[in-house]
Design a protein around this ligand. Structure first.
Ligand code: FMN
Length: 180
């Protein structure tokens, strides 16, 4: 079955993250993203693709920090609130009733309910297509107790397919690799 080329991304399951940022005045913002990936081992670089109109991007330009909160499927029911376009300065975490936790190395808070937290400082950004590719240098990483089973507990992870479609409850398996 041939798909519309614009639907290519629906063939790639993507981890859902909630990116938290703060404005210059220290107002917290949170929004879900799924166009995201690791980029480099050394230095450790992470990237996500952000619509340039989003408050997330405005905040990152102002304060150059963000936290990638890795979402488990228990956060799936909060996405419809987190993704709403509230006026700038409104804290979506409060709207969604989600608890914040202090980060270790950056000002934006962590989302307590997330499975893991990747604290980043802005490394670079690139206008590309209709988005901005935001690259963060990873400065601190934590995984929640109970969300690590030799690797991240994929059974609890939330993966975006497209629109309202998500995948969850993945099974962890091991395959032989040529290099160990
Ligand atoms: C599961 C999910 C994934 C999303 N992925 C992205 C994404 O990768 N890039 C993007 O620009 N917006 C994405 N969005 C939309 C933003 O989260 C949404 O527009 C949000 O209101 C932006 O908030 P902000 O203006 O507070 O930054 C996604 C929404 C959902 C629910």
């Amino acid at each position: 079955m041939e798909l519309d080329v614009k639907k290519y991304y629906t063939l790639l399951l993507r981890p859902v993250v909630i990116v938290t940022t703060v404005s210059a005045e220290g107002k917290v913002n949170a929004a879900p993203f799924s166009f995201n990936t690791p980029i480099s081992f050394s230095p450790p670089l992470y990237g996500f693709s952000c619509n340039p109109k989003h408050d997330t991007w405005a905040n990152i330009q102002e304060t150059e920090e963000f936290v990638v909160n890795v979402a488990g499927y228990d956060l799936g029911g909060s996405l419809h609130i987190l993704e709403q376009k509230f006026p700038r300065g409104v804290n979506e975490l409060e709207k969604a009733g989600l608890k914040e936790m202090a980060s270790k190395t950056v000002k934006p808070p962590r989302v307590e309910k997330a499975m893991a937290w990747i604290e980043c400082k802005l490394h670079s950004s690139y206008e590309i297509g209709d988005h901005v590719w935001v690259v963060g240098e990873v400065c601190c990483v934590d995984v929640k107790d109970g969300c690590w089973k030799e690797v991240i507990d994929a059974g609890k992870a939330l993966l975006h397919i497209s629109g309202v479609f998500f995948a969850q409850e993945a099974k962890i398996t091991k395959y032989e690799r040529a290099r160990k």
